[in-house]
Design a protein around this ligand. Structure first.
Ligand code: TIU
Length: 221
């Protein structure tokens, strides 16, 4: 079905598409996590949760493949480059003990996907040490095994992990659609710029559309 999108319609083929939800984990959307340690107001990100829930529910009902990612490091931090841990002057560094457990460490309370978007059994959940969902993860293999050629993106933050993941996907040959009201940044002007740069130059990275444009394609018929 053709989804009204920018810069032109996106031909969704649900049987060969996956919904990729980037890093909707407590670290980024709740106080006391990695996002806040970097000096951000994390409350901004909570506004997208209802729209993400609506899409996730509709996507599941339509029988589509779902991939959740978490930005996460091993407890021994062997997959966290010192350059990432030591950069800047955060209030807590990756691996430090925070109010939701060790910052950005797999298995800690802060590293869990928020309850309202919690994965269901059978859905793919990937821990990724970088910003991109393909770097040092089995994502490409999993998508190839599933015959997926199109990716619909939601999650946070728009210009960091979402955009990096879309650029990685684009270079690997996937058609990528970013849902405008299902992604957010700590910096509204960065979100606006990221949406524009994704779809500029004839969808140089991919398409953008509001979730309302996708939902009819997922409705039972
Ligand atoms: N800081 C920021 O905007 N984002 C991240 O560090 N990671 C993700 O975007 N997931």
């Amino acid at each position: 079905m053709n989804i009204p999108a920018q810069p032109f319609g996106f031909d969704l083929d649900l049987a060969h598409a996956a919904l990729v939800i980037i890093d909707m984990q407590r670290d980024f959307v709740e106080p006391g996590g990695f996002g806040e340690t970097l000096g951000n107001d994390v409350s901004l990100l909570q506004a997208i949760v209802p729209a993400c829930q609506a899409v996730l529910q509709a996507w599941r009902r339509a029988g589509g493949l779902v991939v959740h990612t978490r930005e996460a490091h091993r407890p021994d931090l062997s997959d966290c480059p010192p350059a990432k841990r030591l950069r800047g002057n955060p209030s807590l560094r990756i691996g430090d003990e925070g109010p939701m457990g060790r910052i950005l460490v797999a298995g800690e309370p802060g590293n869990q996907i928020i309850d309202t978007l919690a994965p269901l059994p059978g859905e793919i959940v990937l821990d990724k040490p970088g910003k991109g969902a393909f770097y040092a993860t089995p994502l490409q293999n999993l998508l190839e095994q599933a015959g997926v050629t199109q990716l619909v993106f939601m999650g946070v933050t728009t210009e960091v992990c979402v955009q990096t993941s879309m650029r990685e996907a684009n270079d690997r040959g996937y058609d990528c659609l970013l849902l405008e009201d299902c992604t957010e940044s700590y910096f509204p002007h960065f979100k606006a710029a990221a949406l524009e740069m994704v779809r500029a130059q004839g969808a140089i990275v991919g398409w953008t559309a509001p979730s309302a444009a996708l939902l009819p394609a997922l409705a039972p018929r």
